[in-house]
Design a protein around this ligand. Structure first.
Ligand SMILES: *[C@@H]1O[C@H](CO)[C@@H](O)[C@H](O)[C@H]1NC(C)=O
Length: 250
């Protein structure tokens, strides 16, 4: 069948909507981190959103800087990750939080402040779900990789926790993986204790569980804390990642 140009143009909006509604999905891996650094989506104009991810000063007070303050991970910088971006349990089977991500065939413009529903597929929390908002990107992350922000989860490559909270020089616990038991959370700064404990309560001390994931509209409870909402969040949004909208010629 040969469709006329008029028909194709008339159908285009429905086609784009169908493609957009799919969002990103697949199988992925997780790790954990809390480096205290300003998350990369905390800089202006990273994704399709009015304001960047909220960041805080050294004393954990929200900055009102339009996202322009240098990261605490850079010499002399005074923008850090806010303790309010720690994970929490919504109920026994659902948790909310944030992550540094890398999605296959996509890019930071497409994932900054987008939300993903993770269903854990291994370990003690298999079957539980967590919705994370992407607030950060990691050059060291593989494809479909969610590095979940959990206080005490290890600082990884960068470390602003020593300058912000006086943590040991490699952060709390091991540089990768962080502390090993809930009792270590007791000595944490008070603002980070709940998020630290969450790892041993709701998360059951799971060690980098695998996930299946799909992009979802962000819960308001998440965007209220991060201060970042995408223009047409998830469902109505045309993906900007390469290869997500096939080209066609009439
Ligand atoms: C847990 O919370 C989520 C998100 O609000 C909800 O979709 C789910 O039905 C709740 N589950 C239970 C068992 O209450």
């Amino acid at each position: 069948m040969r469709l006329s140009l008029t028909t194709l143009v008339a159908l285009l909006p429905f086609y784009l909507e169908a493609v957009a509604a799919q969002g990103s999905s697949g199988n992925g891996k997780t790790t954990r981190y809390w480096d205290c650094c300003k998350p990369s989506c905390g800089w202006p104009k990273k994704g399709n959103s009015q304001s960047p991810v909220k960041t805080c000063d050294k004393s954990d007070r929200p900055l009102n800087d339009g996202g322009n303050t240098k990261s605490g991970c850079d010499n002399g910088g005074n923008a850090f990750m806010c303790s309010t971006q720690s994970p929490w349990a919504v109920n026994e089977t659902t948790a909310y939080g944030w992550a540094a991500v890398n999605i296959a065939n996509s890019n930071e413009a497409a994932w900054c402040c987008a939300c993903y529903e993770l269903t854990f597929t291994s370990g003690p929390i298999q079957g539980k779900k967590m919705i994370v908002q992407a607030t950060n990107t990691g050059g060291d992350l593989g494809n479909n990789h969610f590095d979940i922000a959990i206080p005490g989860g290890g600082v990884g490559i960068f470390n602003a926790c020593t300058s912000q909270y006086g943590a040991p020089s490699n952060g709390w616990g091991e540089r990768y993986g962080g502390i090993k038991s809930k009792s270590d959370c007791a000595s944490f700064p008070s603002a980070l204790k709940a998020g630290c404990n969450w790892r041993f309560d709701w998360f059951q001390g799971a060690d980098n569980p695998s996930v299946s994931f799909k992009q979802v509209a962000c819960p308001a409870a998440i965007t209220a804390k991060s201060g970042c909402t995408r223009g047409n969040d998830a469902i109505n949004e045309t993906p900007t990642g390469p290869g997500t909208v096939p080209t066609w010629t009439p």
